[in-house]
Design a protein around this ligand. Structure first.
Ligand code: NDP
Ligand code: KPL
Length: 326
């Protein structure tokens, strides 16, 4: 397949490497020193056990590549509007577009209406450019559990080998096409790729699992292991996760897998700093809208009380603003 990775950072780079190894014709949209390094030395993706370097076509300009079978957008969400403005050359009539991003998908409310809740997700596509330039008809969610960091331009380090990605369509009418893509066409073996007919299920599962870590690691500067290792910070992060779980339940997602007692008994010992904290430390824009403000919106729309979130979010917004990251 002809696959373009739009934003070959941590997640985009890991996916690009797995897709090259599965035999696909992979190109990457990148920019700055990262682009220069990929062009000069190839894209290197390492993990504690392996290292792969791939010579792939890379450019800052989508016009260099033409229509693709699949485009996977793996930028941070604040860049999505800009990506929507530039993506046209990569799109043919049958191109599917995957969104490998954390948080609530911008298309969450397309073809989905929970009983009794009036959804308004306009915050995630304020000028409607994602709907106009890409559209829910060709959109797929890629929910990624792998983590890592850009070690230096051109070099991505994954915390561990393998990983898990759940892939599913924005619209239920595309479930069969999406399942075929995952189960027959992608042929990725190094990462576990699962087809999800309703991608909102793994979206909530992942989101509820990280929404507490993101905020508390970012506010404290600690790793996931550190914030879980302290009962006080763990209590706060689990309270945020419980509130997110309540919103998911109000939308009919009753089995996200979140269990407050299990989360407490098995604290994560990960030395990973979540991507949001990495963004803060590197002065990059943070995913405040798609990971936090939207959750408050959804909670209010569903009349769910979120007292912990309502204390944590203003602190996070202030932290991000003071660092120039929001
Ligand atoms: N990092 C992680 O461990 C994980 C991240 N995620 C999620 O995955 C998504 C992607 O995150 P991550 O991989 O960390 O992101 P990164 O910041 O590592 O990578 C994004 C890349 O896209 C580039 N980019 C952004 N806009 C453009 C543009 N207009 N043209 C060309 N290149 C562009 C960035 O360049 P530049 O640096 O110049 O902006 C950067 O190299 C996020 O939603 C994140 O929350 C999910 C699981 C784990
Ligand atoms: C790797 C993981 C799960 C850690 O919270 C993540 O999603 C991130 O850092 O963005």
């Amino acid at each position: 397949m002809k696959i373009c990775i739009y934003g070959a950072g941590v997640i985009g780079g890991m996916l690009a490497s797995a897709l090259v190894r599965a035999g696909h014709d992979v190109s990457a949209i990148a920019r700055g020193p990262h682009l220069d390094a990929i062009r000069a030395k190839g894209l290197t993706v390492t993990n504690p056990k392996e290292s792969f370097t791939h010579k792939i076509a890379a450019s800052a300009s989508p016009g260099d590549f033409g229509a693709q079978d699949l485009v996977i957008i793996a930028t941070k969400t604040p860049a999505l509007e800009e990506v929507a403005g530039a993506i046209a050359p990569l799109l043919g009539p049958k191109t599917m577009v995957g969104f490998a991003v954390n948080g609530i998908f911008w298309f969450y409310g397309d073809g989905f209406q929970p009983n009794g809740v009036r959804l308004d997700l306009s915050r995630l596509d304020p000028h409607g450019v994602l709907h106009k330039a890409i559209g829910a008809e060709r959109a797929l969610g890629f929910v990624c559990w792998s983590g890592g960091e850009i070690r230096e331009p051109g070099v991505i380090h994954a915390t561990r080998p393998g990983g898990r990605v759940a892939i599913g369509p924005a619209l239920a009418s595309n479930a069969a096409a999406s399942r075929k893509l995952v189960e027959e066409d992608l042929k990725v073996t190094d990462i576990t790729m699962e087809a999800a007919d309703e991608v909102r299920v793994p979206m909530w599962e992942k989101y509820i699992g990280v929404v507490g870590n993101f905020a508390i690691c970012t506010l404290t500067g600690g790793t996931i292991g550190q914030v879980h290792g302290d009962k006080g910070t763990q209590d706060v992060l689990l309270a945020v996760q419980s509130e997110a779980d309540a919103v998911a339940r109000a939308h009919g997602f009753n089995n996200t897998g979140f269990d407050i007692e299990k989360s407490r008994i098995n604290p994560t010992v990960s030395p990973h700093k979540p991507s949001m904290l990495q963004d803060l430390e590197r002065g990059r824009r943070m995913e405040i809208e798609s990971s936090y403000l939207i959750l408050q919106d959804l909670a209010r729309q569903a009349e769910i009380k979120t007292p912990t979130l309502d204390m944590v979010v203003p602190l996070l917004v202030a932290r991000a603003r003071n660092a120039g990251s929001y």
